[in-house]
Design a protein around this ligand. Sequence first.
Ligand code: PEP
Ligand code: MG
Length: 604
Amino acid sequence: MKIKNDAKISEEQAFRGIGVSSGIAIGPAYVIDQHGVPVPEYTLAASQIDLELKRFQAAINKTQKQLGQLKQKAESLPAGAVEEITLLLEAYRGMLSGSRLVRGVEELISNDKLNAEAAVQRQISSIAASFAAMEDSYLSARVTDVREVGSRLIRNLLQQQYNPFADAPEGSVLIAEEITPADTALMNPERISGFAAVLGGAEGHSAIMARALGLAAVLGVAELINGVNTGDTVIVDGIEGVVIVRPSATVLQHYKQESLKLAREAKKLKTLKDVPAITSDGTTITLQANLELPREVEAAIDAGASGVGLLRTEFMFMNRPDLPDEDEQFESIMQIVKNLDGRPLTVRTLDVGGEKLATALGSAVGESINPALGLRAIRLGLKQPKLLETQLAAILRASAYGPVRILVPMVSSVGQMSRVREHLFQVERRLRRRGVKLPAAMPPVGAMIEIPGAALAADALTKVCDFFAIGSNDLTQYTLAIDRGDDRVAELYDPFHPAVLRLIQFTVAAAWRANIPVSLCGEMASDPQAAALLMGLGLREFSMSPSNIPLVKQEILSLSISQAVAFAEAVMSKSDEAEICALLEAGAKNVSQQVSGAKRKIVK
Ligand code: PEP
Ligand code: MG
């Protein structure tokens, strides 16, 4: 499906979506052509044929799923457009079962021993040639549809190892059907000013990356399908979740002023950089940064981060067909340790699977029926010890250069942590035998608490963990059974749901009882409105998107712990999300004043 509509529309159009990264981007649209992908060709060994057929089937399944998602998305379009797009998508889906395309590809794989991508491409060419020979204008138009389905299949087989916007002009606003986290990793904020896409939700990793890079972004914009051409002026308003195409002079002027205002506010907040985050009654709060990419270290230090509370190591595995070896991973992490200049770094082991699929691991991760619940994160590491041990060795080596902690994602049991520790022990022994430089004391090893079961087992986990990091993004997703990246259920995704808050409270209490450090590093930590509540629940350490550190710090400076505790008590006494939301809107200072006023009355 092309988002681009060939019929040029010259008047202003506004489309609504989910504002996932605040800020305003104004620039020329660059509509990403997700079609022209270079295709490798190679001969398979006889023993690889079955596996290749399975890989092809997995790509068909994935393509079916994407087309299904697009169909649902299209349902929110005006009636005429729904019908047209639905019919087209249905036709595409039809081409994926028992069709000439599918049969032909299977034959090329089995008989000619051709790899799946090349087989799809060859089969498309052969269908196109025979359609063209029919000299029927309707049938030759169908060639476009076959090509469309074929390129989707190829993209899914290749898992997008390409840079789809390498030649976007400076200041461009990217427009696409879908922007993956791997795509976002390729964006340079000095060249790209923001993006908007048809698919995606607020807590998916593309959204998190956009916030990390300071790019304005709006996702889940159904109607983008209908009306943007490359070169159109576009405004992406990540605060309100609006995309305006071909704005009128008045609207453009308004947004330019808003954008200047935002820049002024950001400059003002920068003056807080060296001010320590201490509450008005003297409690120090640790504010650290989440890093998606090594190049963010500078921004983190500039924003006043006292360290890195979460290094997502997936960046080392993205946009490449092979796996990084121990030396490469060591170099990457060691460089970050050095750049942090004595500030602590928490390195999380690889968290791929689910939406965070690394190309090189594609076949190892496989297609889970339910990827969010499938083979991902530490489950994959424990199934593939070489993958885990290579990374542990790299982290251990880097920890000789500065303070490092090791964080394990998606832990659900004590046994998993014990096994990770055993692998770490083996790696340490091996490195010592090799005479490699190691730190005097081994780095602390902690668990992400992001599965409800882990939160409920927090007391037991304290026995095998040196620290906890609460991942409120996944904790919300799994507690409420809401896909964090799906815009269709985005309104149900609520980290302030009483069930999520209770799990956070339970985890923090267990950590305090066992006297181990506990931090929160989900997106909730970036929200100044959440600061009082989380401090009131006992949290003293947060890790967040660097750009939000000054805002959260400003809030902390204006609060006392006693206000935070009173506020948290008020929030935790509510069982209705709407009431909790109203308290958050009212703010901790107002609510705690009312609470203490009421208590005084009772005492009298
Ligand atoms: C989380 O789940 O809250 C978290 C910090 O991890 P990620 O967003 O990388 O899944
Ligand atoms: Mg997580």
